[in-house]
Design a protein around this ligand. Structure first.
Ligand code: 5RP
Length: 236
């Protein structure tokens, strides 16, 4: 473990270190996005350089692609890989059913496509991400820029009809300008506090014109590796 890590980084590192034990020679891997996933990519890079591990990686963002190449991982696109053995990614929240909120880093669209195209998805997270019910973390919804205000209004109407607790929505910003995803879209964050029926919400949101994808990952994750501040891990 690198010296001088904060407890939160120790937890992220510990989860990543355990996750790479699932990686076998020759695997095609989905590489997640975020600070926890970045530890995993660096560790895989070490295994490639020092142990001769042969893997190909499909990154879920340009950030991850840049890091993967930098540490020596062979990067290919999903269409070239076609199907993946395993995806390892972070999450913003996970519940007892291993349903997730993702997209805090804005990469939810590629993350969901890549995870869904994998035999297995392992999530790596620090213990603060574990919740009894999803929703305290704002739910990211990716919308196309054309008519985004209309899409946002339709999302708000949908929230009223679903009788959810919190209904505030915010356009994610990058300084003075809207945050733009790798796919050229915007993100509307939904401040819901508590999501009663995540499966229903995930389906309904994706019916709204202009909505490309939402950050609810339902029945996609197989295992969560939870890192603790003292370097221990637990498996869910
Ligand atoms: C990016 C994500 C990340 O996996 C999520 O935001 C967790 O990030 P971190 O590991 O930095 O806490 O979904 O879109």
């Amino acid at each position: 473990m690198p010296a001088e890590l904060s407890p939160i980084d120790k937890a992220k590192f510990a989860a990543a270190r355990r996750a790479v034990e699932y990686v076998e020679d020759g695997m095609r891997l989905g590489l997640g996005t975020g600070s926890t996933a970045a530890w995993m990519v660096r560790l895989l890079g070490e295994m490639v350089r020092e142990e001769g591990l042969r893997i190909t990686g499909v990154p879920t963002s340009t950030r991850t692609a840049d890091l993967a190449r930098e540490v020596g991982i062979t990067v290919i696109g999903l269409d070239e890989a076609k199907w993946l053995d395993l995806t390892i990614d972070g999450a913003d929240e996970f519940d007892p059913q291993l349903n997730l909120i993702k997209g805090g880093g804005g990469a939810l669209l590629q993350e969901k496509i890549v995870a869904t195209a994998s035999d297995q998805m392992i999530v790596i997270a620090d213990a603060a991400k574990e919740v009894a019910q999803l929703g305290a973390f704002p739910l990211p919804v990716e919308v196309i820029p054309f008519g985004w205000q209309t899409s946002r209004a339709l999302i708000e109407e949908t929230l009223v009809s679903l009788d959810v607790l919190g209904r505030e929505t915010t356009l994610r910003m990058n300084g003075e300008r809207p945050f733009v995803t790798d796919e050229g879209n915007y993100i509307v964050d939904l401040h819901l506090n508590r999501i009663g029926n995540a499966r229903q919400l995930a389906l309904v949101l994706n019916q709204i014109p202009g909505v490309v994808e939402n950050g609810l990952f339902i029945d996609i994750c197989d295992v969560v590796i939870v890192g603790q501040g003292d370097g221990r891990v637990e498996i869910r």
